[in-house]
Ligand binder design. Structure first.
Ligand code: IPM
Ligand code: MG
Length: 361
């Protein structure tokens, strides 16, 4: 889609738990800003996750994947919940099939401590102040998709097997994404692996070194995952772009949320395939607070900002949304997970109010 696009065809996948509440919030913000920018928003809703298992017996109906492939962008809420934990199919497998079906191998998860909101982190303010890390998580390989996998045999000698496998090309393409992003930032790539133990990590490290030669302006450093997991909390400001494989990226991005103080604010964008990008907050379906109006909508709204930037090429609109998020955070107009007292709807209205005030200013 070009920068001059006058229409955005969006597929919305609300999913389970708080998913519908937060996608509603993001949609309200998109509607408001696109309307003012003269861009028509054509949004369609489709089933995914547990809710799709209930309505049609599978977590990623074929019609959902087909609609996503036709769209300019996909906005997802969350999947999963205790109701479906016993199987036979898990809602999460729908999300994994969607990621691989769209070929979105690069998952961008910015972890940024907003000025004025340092106090939310349990880590000392002077440590987290100004931290701004872009995680690039490989999303369609590794242990999530490796074969063989499963539980075999009979009690008491059952065995579980998972497989971590990475091809050179899979590593190379996500490495290029990380280096290209670093060129637009502070020009440092930290690659995280377990090269002292895992063969896939040894290959990962080698390929990263090769790709780095194409980016002489960017500095590459390697960290072992155990060491990185400590350092990111002790000295977050030293990191710029962090690239890592699927499972390590899953774990490290939740951990890094401690810098911000809540998972509820973190956005993500996944792309790199031929088709549209997929946008989703990093947080899960939070079944304990679902339907109560307590969910933090800022992760989904910040994901919508990434959509404006990456799928529409509208940096100006993305920044307007991010500025509005910054303003509501500073004003304390936030949900309980951020020590506030507002509902999902009230926080969303506060963001909409800031957007309007920004336009009027
Ligand atoms: C995430 C989630 C998913 C993942 C789950 C829901 C399958 O934790 O997006 O980080 O592990 O990728
Ligand atoms: Mg996760």
């Amino acid at each position: 889609m070009s920068a001059a696009a006058q229409q955005l065809r969006l597929v919305v996948l609300p999913g389970d738990g708080v998913g519908p509440e937060v996608t509603d919030a993001a949609l309200a913000v998109l509607r408001s800003i696109l309307d003012r920018a003269g861009i028509e928003l054509v949004a369609e809703q489709h089933d995914i996750g547990g809710q799709a298992i209930d309505s049609c017996g599978e977590p990623l109906p074929r019609s959902t994947l087909a609609a996503c492939r036709e769209a300019d962008a996909v906005l997802l809420g969350a999947v999963g919940g205790p109701r479906w934990d016993r199987g036979p199919v898990r809602p999460e497998s729908g999300l994994l099939s969607l990621r691989s079906g769209l070929g979105v191998f690069a998952n961008l998860r910015p972890v940024r401590v907003w000025g004025g909101a340092e106090g939310l982190s349990p880590i000392r303010e002077e440590v987290v102040r100004g931290a701004d890390i872009m995680f690039v998580r490989e999303l369609t390989g590794g242990a999530y998709f490796g074969r063989p996998r499963g539980i075999g045999g009979a009690t008491p000698s059952r065995r579980g097997v998972d497989t971590i496998e990475y091809g050179e090309a899979e590593i190379r393409r996500v490495a290029h994404v990380a280096f290209r992003i670093a060129e637009t930032r502070r020009r440092r790539v930290t690659s995280v692996d377990k090269a002292n133990v895992l063969a896939t990590s040894a290959l990962w490290r080698e390929v990263l070194g090769e790709v780095a030669k194409d980016y002489p302006q960017v500095e590459l450093e390697h960290f072992l995952v155990d060491s990185f997991s400590l350092r990111v909390l002790l000295e977050p400001q030293r990191f710029d772009v962090v690239v890592t494989e699927n499972l390590m990226g899953d774990i490290l991005t939740d951990e890094a949320a401690a810098l911000v103080g809540t998972l509820g604010m973190l956005p993500s964008a996944s792309g790199g395939g031929e088709g549209p990008w997929l946008y989703e907050p990093v947080h899960g379906s939070a079944p304990d607070i679902a339907g109560k109006g307590l969910a933090n909508p800022l992760g989904a709204i910040a994901s919508a900002a990434m959509l404006l930037r990456l799928s529409l090429g509208r940096e100006d609109l993305a920044e307007a949304v991010e500025r509005s998020i910054g303003a509501v955070v500073r004003a304390g107009s936030v949900t309980a997970d951020m020590d506030g007292a507002l509902t999902t709807r009230e926080v969303t209205d506060a963001v909409l109010g800031e957007l309007e005030a920004g336009v009027a200013a």
